[in-house]
Design a protein around this ligand. Structure first.
Ligand code: FAD
Length: 310
């Protein structure tokens, strides 16, 4: 059995594995796909002290760093079920999709999240070529340009307000008859003069020219008419879904499915910690996930020295 078993190999899991292994305790990391969302990212400009890198390069660097230590890396392993220890300090079990199971005295859950996609033609094709999901990450790439934000919930409206300060023009498209964001955010959005708000709009296609986004088509759901908007970027803000379906019923989750953690990354189960995009920590970013993973590992170590069975 491991002292620390990390589930998930993104920035949070990598940081957790490194911090745990540096304490000289037996550490394992099981991940469905090492690298996580970073593997799907192009340019990264906000990892402090690294002015520019690219997703695959950062994934290789994370893996190399983890490999500096005695960490048992189990790549392409999907966790399917958590069986918590019967007593505090006992062994937790994680069942894998391949039929195997792993045991550990502490767990760090860092299975990340995925952006909900619109599922319309052009979205996948122009991903990272104008279709973006993270305004904090990609907003500055559209300086002075025209963008759309899809979704009028809190994240969509926050994104539109944020982007309006950077880009030339923002069109917000909400599917429902009204935006769902908090009224203060809607009020702020309406006060901005470079923002157009479209409600009852269903995006039907992302259109491109020369390999880049050049517009989008949407249907007005009240009249059934189709419209075309010329623009250079589309920010999809219809939800970030935590990869926690496998934990339902075994650990406390928020109404959005995020693992509830406190400021020491403790979950509702003693000896089980969590970090990164899969948790309730606000602001989902690489540098934040790395910090949270590190904190979770230090908390796990603290738990181990206070609950040594022998
Ligand atoms: P993830 O990176 O999501 O990693 C989750 C890990 O868990 C993966 O290894 C996955 O395979 C594994 N996993 C999931 N389910 C299971 C399971 N059941 N069993 C085993 N393993 C499992 N942030 C920035 O700071 N700057 C940027 O420029 C930036 N750009 C982005 C661009 C894109 C296109 C996307 C999608 C995200 C971007 N982000 C950016 C956000 C950033 O990638 C995330 O905040 C960060 O990767 C979260 O790290 P994490 O370790 O919590 O989760």
């Amino acid at each position: 059995a491991f002292d620390v078993l990390v589930i998930g190999g993104g920035p949070a899991g990598s940081a957790a594995a490194i911090y745990a292994a540096r304490k000289g305790i037996s550490t394992g990391i099981a991940a469905e796909r090492f690298g996580g969302q970073v593997a799907d990212t192009m340019g990264i400009e906000n990892l402090i002290s690294v002015p520019y890198t690219e997703g695959p390069k950062l994934v290789a660097a994370m893996e190399q760093h983890v490999n500096e230590y005695e960490v048992d890396i189990m790549n392409m392993q999907r966790a399917e079920k958590l069986i918590p220890a019967e007593q505090t300090g006992g062994l937790h079990e994680v069942r894998l999709a391949n039929g195997g199971s792993l045991k550990a005295r502490t767990l760090i859950l860092s299975t990340g999240a995925r952006w909900r996609q619109m599922g319309v033609p052009g979205e996948e094709e122009y991903r990272n070529k104008g279709v973006a999901y993270c305004p904090h990450c990609d907003g500055p790439l559209f300086k002075g340009k025209r963008v759309a934000v899809i979704g009028g919930g809190n994240s969509g409206v926050e994104a539109a307000i944020d982007l309006a300060g950077i880009v030339g023009h923002v069109t917000l498209i909400e599917f429902g008859e009204q935006m769902r964001a908090d009224e203060v955010l809607q009020k702020k959005l309406r006060s901005l003069n470079n923002v157009k708000i479209i409600t009852s709009g269903q995006t039907t296609e992302v259109v491109g020219t020369d390999g880049k986004v050049s517009g989008l088509n949407y249907t007005d759901r009240t009249t059934g008419e189709s419209h075309h908007v010329e623009l250079e970027g589309v920010f999809v803000q219809i939800g970030l879904v935590p990869n926690t379906e496998w934990l339902k019923g075994d650990i406390e989750l928020s109404q959005h499915g995020e693992i509830i953690v406190n400021d020491r990354n403790e979950t509702s189960i003693p000896g089980v910690f969590a970090a990164g995009d899969a948790t309730t920590v606000p602001y989902k970013q690489i540098v934040i996930s790395m910090g949270e993973g590190s904190k979770a590992a230090l908390s796990a170590f603290d738990f181990l020295i206070r609950n040594s069975a022998e």
